[in-house]
Design a protein. Structure first.
Length: 163
């Protein structure tokens, strides 16, 4: 099957992801409640891009509900639930993507949530996803993330995965 490249226009933001100085300044001894919600969201992006599952789980509530765009494709349209669900999500990423990177550009706290605007780049055996505009919404309870919802174009994810 030929490899298809899918390029999405950047919508509503420009530039590259800012350096992760916030995470570089934080020490490992800080508790989740001592970190700002924006710092926690940035740490989750960093942990995902480095595929550090344990770091990811340490920032998530045990009953996390994660709704990625790829969940519609790879998880029968269901969110990934709990730490076991996040382990499955990491396994799905490993099985279906040669590369997958999330690149937040702007993060902003909004009440008990953080909204991040950015883009996603990925490559699978079937195709590529380049600069796909993406919005992430993180909800918090007690310093841990309880819900993550990802908004992007499901059609682009399906095409990149050859589905």
């Amino acid at each position: 099957m030929p490899v298809r490249s899918i390029q999405s226009p950047t919508v509503g933001y420009n530039g590259t992801a800012p350096p992760t100085t916030a995470t570089a300044r934080m020490t490992d001894s800080m508790t989740a409640t001592e970190r700002t919600r924006t710092e926690i969201a940035q740490r989750l992006f960093d942990a995902f891009n480095a595929r550090r599952l344990d770091d990811t789980l340490s920032l998530l509530h045990p009953e996390i509900v994660f709704e990625p765009v790829s969940g519609a494709v790879l998880n029968d349209g269901e969110p990934y639930r709990g730490h076991a669900g996040m382990r499955r999500y990491y396994a799905d990423v490993q099985a279906h993507w040669r590369e997958l990177a999330v690149n937040p550009v702007h993060l902003r706290e909004a009440g008990n949530a953080v909204v991040a605007l950015g883009h996603v780049n990925g490559a699978s055996e079937a195709g590529e996803l380049r600069d796909a505009p993406t919005t992430w919404v993180f909800k918090f309870e007690g310093g841990l993330v309880t819900h993550i919802q990802v908004f992007s174009d499901e059609r682009l994810a399906r095409e990149a995965l050859g589905l």
